[in-house]
Structure formats: structure tokens, C-alpha cells
Design a protein around this ligand. Structure first.
Ligand code: HEC
Ligand code: HEC
Length: 299
């Protein structure tokens, strides 16, 4: 009997050792995957979240739930690295998306290949979590939250303009926006040309999109400027009110411009048509021969 037990123990140990060794790679790859997802989540929060939800309300860009099923891995890698390049190369999907999102081009990201892998791992795992949550609710997905813009007062608009050009200082003393941006507006006296012109920002991104971009900016240059000096909620609201009014004013001006151009053209033409007969009112009307003939007949 004794012999029997002492024979079983080493055999069990060897078998268990084997099983453990077989499971080890699976465990480490699982752990690695978890780490990738966690790293991806961090990058997503700081660089993508302002514009993209995953199974939430649509923000400035499309919701990314299930995007790993809609698009190929290769396409996603190229697109995330440089949407602008894909667009310039005339990639059909990129061009169609660009049109759908009001000509807003997603900024190129300064992410490494490894980080893109992590981002995609996170997007995939988050999509799966969202999809199973929807299943559990028997398909009753939450309706996309619509953030209604509170009506802005003229004071809000002018405070927003003052914040934009540094007449009012930000509470956390971040730099004024016009250090880098310009807006074509009566209230603004010329701004920087380092970054895009923002006159139509509100038309392109809407109030909710702008709020997200300003509250948690995805642009590296702005992260450097405001990372440690974030805008407070009220400042964001005032700036958005200003952008809304600037976009409306520029639409209005364009319309007025076209109308005024038509009216002044019509008046100008009418004036010229009146002026020509006036200048040449003494011109000879009949033929030259006629006057000679008349003179001859008289004599
Ligand atoms: C400033 C806003 C903005 C930021 C920041 C941004 N995106 Fe986008 N994204 C867009 C817009 C807008 C589109 C639609 C395509 C277009 O107009 O360029 C888009 C499209 C996409 C698409 C294609 C979606 C589809 O349906 O095929 C993917 C994938 C994507 N973004 C991933 C990312 C990731 C990952 C990040 C972070 C590294 C990121 N985006 C950051 C605005 C943004
Ligand atoms: C240090 C320079 C800098 C400052 C200061 C700055 N921005 Fe930006 N901003 C950028 C850059 C760079 C981009 C990325 C787009 C680009 O390449 O022009 C950007 C993008 C944006 C966009 C998205 C534009 C689009 O159409 O894609 C908005 C909106 C914006 N900024 C608003 C603001 C506001 C509001 C302020 C003031 C609170 C501000 N920015 C301050 C540099 C700056």
C-alpha cells in the first residue's frame, strides 16, 4: 500500500506541472491583453473621447461601437494614424465619412503602432461590453442623450468673446484662445494663425461637440496649453455661446452679402442704361444723306 502512494505522488506532481505549464502562456497572454485594454482606455480618454463615444451619444465623430466589425484592421490602423492622408488619397470610406460629418476632418494622432493596437483592443472590448448590455436590456438601448443648448444671453456672448481674446482672464490662467486661433467676427480684432480659423466651428461641431472638445481637449497643442490650467465649466459655456453667435453672424453676413450684391448690380445696370442716352442725347439720329437731301430740296 505504502508503495502505491509514493508512486502516485510524483506522477501527480508531474501531470499537474504539465497542466500548469500548458496554461501559463494562455494566462500571460490574457494578462497582456488586459494590460493592452487598460492602456488603450487611457489613450482613448485623453485623445479620442472628446469626439467619440462607444455605444453612447454621437459626439463630434461617429460612435465607435462595433467599428472593428465595420472596417478592416488595416483600414483602422491607417485611418487612426492619419485620416488626412486617407482623405487625400481618396479612400472611399474616408471621403464618405468626411462628407457625413460636415467636412470635419479628424486630426492626425501622434500615436505609435503599439498604441493603436491598444486602442483597438480597448474599442473592441468596450464594444462587446456595450453590445451585451444592450442584449440584457432586450435590445432597448438608451436613446442618445441630446444636450440641449441653454439659450445664451448677449452678455454671455460678449463674455465669451472677451475670454476668447484675453480681455477676460481664465480662472485657471490658461492662455487666451486668440494666441493660436482667429474668428471672423465684429467683436474680435484679429487672432493667431497657428491653428484653424474657428468662425464656423459651431456649425461643424455643434454645441455638445464644442463643449466636449473644450472640456477635455484631444489636441496635443491644446493639451499642453490647458492640461494643467483647465477651463472651468462656465467658461466653456460662455465660449460656446460666443462660437454659436459668431457662426450665426457669419451666415447672416454671407446672405446679406449675396443680396446686397444683387441689388447694387441691378441699380448699377439701371443707372448705366439711363446715363448712355443722356450723354449722347445730341447724337445724329437720321442718316447723313438725309440732311444733304433735305438741304438740296430746300434750295
Ligand atoms: C476632433 C475630433 C476627433 C478626435 C479627437 C478623434 N476623432 Fe476619430 N473621427 C472624427 C470624425 C469627425 C470622424 C469622421 C470622419 C471624418 O470626418 O474625418 C472620425 C472617424 C473615426 C473613425 C472611423 C469611424 C467609422 O465609422 O469608420 C475611427 C475608427 C476613429 N475616428 C477613431 C479615432 C480614435 C482612435 C481617436 C483617438 C486617437 C480619434 N478618432 C480622435 C473626429 C475625431
Ligand atoms: C497653443 C495654441 C492653442 C491655443 C491657446 C488654443 N488652441 Fe484650439 N487648437 C489648437 C490646435 C493646434 C488645434 C488642432 C487643429 C489644428 O491643427 O489647427 C486646435 C483645435 C481647436 C478646435 C477644433 C477645431 C477644428 O475645426 O477641428 C477648437 C474648437 C478649438 N481649438 C478651440 C479653442 C478655444 C476655445 C481655445 C481657448 C480656450 C483654444 N482653442 C486655444 C491650438 C490652440
Amino acid at each position: 500500500m505504502k508503495w502505491n502512494i509514493s508512486w502516485k505522488i510524483p506522477v501527480c506532481a508531474v501531470v499537474m506541472g504539465w497542466v500548469f505549464m500548458l496554461m501559463l502562456p494562455a494566462q500571460t497572454s490574457l494578462a497582456q491583453n488586459q494590460a493592452a485594454i487598460a492602456a488603450g482606455e487611457q489613450i482613448f480618454q485623453s485623445s479620442c473621447f472628446a469626439c467619440h463615444g462607444i455605444g453612447e451619444a454621437q459626439r463630434v465623430g461617429p460612435d465607435l461601437a462595433g467599428v472593428h466589425e465595420r472596417r478592416s484592421q488595416e483600414w483602422l490602423e491607417q485611418f487612426i494614424l492619419s485620416p488626412q492622408t486617407m482623405f487625400d488619397q481618396g479612400d472611399e470610406i474616408a471621403v464618405a465619412l468626411f462628407g457625413e460629418f460636415n467636412g470635419m476632418v479628424m486630426p492626425d494622432s501622434a500615436v505609435s503602432d503599439q498604441q493603436i493596437g491598444q486602442l483597438l483592443a480597448y474599442i473592441e472590448s468596450r464594444s462587446l461590453a456595450v453590445a451585451s448590455a444592450v442584449d440584457a436590456n432586450s435590445g432597448a438601448a438608451e436613446p442618445a442623450a441630446v444636450i440641449a443648448a441653454a439659450p445664451a444671453s448677449p452678455e454671455d456672448v460678449s463674455s465669451g468673446a472677451d475670454l476668447f481674446q484675453g480681455r477676460l482672464r481664465f480662472e485657471n490662467s490658461g492662455p487666451a484662445c486668440n494666441a493660436c486661433h482667429d474668428v471672423q467676427n465684429d467683436a474680435i480684432t484679429g487672432g493667431g494663425a497657428l491653428a484653424v480659423e474657428l468662425t464656423s466651428a459651431y456649425s461643424r461641431m455643434g454645441g455638445a461637440g464644442l463643449t466636449a472638445i473644450l472640456a477635455n481637449t484631444p489636441f496635443p497643442a491644446m493639451q499642453t496649453a490647458y492640461g494643467e490650467k483647465p477651463l472651468v465649466e462656465e467658461e466653456v459655456a460662455l465660449l460656446v455661446a460666443f462660437f454659436q453667435s459668431a457662426a450665426e453672424q457669419s451666415n447672416q453676413q454671407q446672405k446679406n452679402y449675396a443680396f446686397n450684391l444683387f441689388i447694387s448690380g441691378a441699380l448699377g445696370a439701371g443707372f448705366l442704361f439711363g446715363l448712355i442716352p443722356f450723354i449722347w442725347r445730341n447724337r445724329r439720329v437720321g442718316s447723313v444723306n438725309q440732311s444733304i437731301y433735305d438741304r438740296q430740296r430746300l434750295s
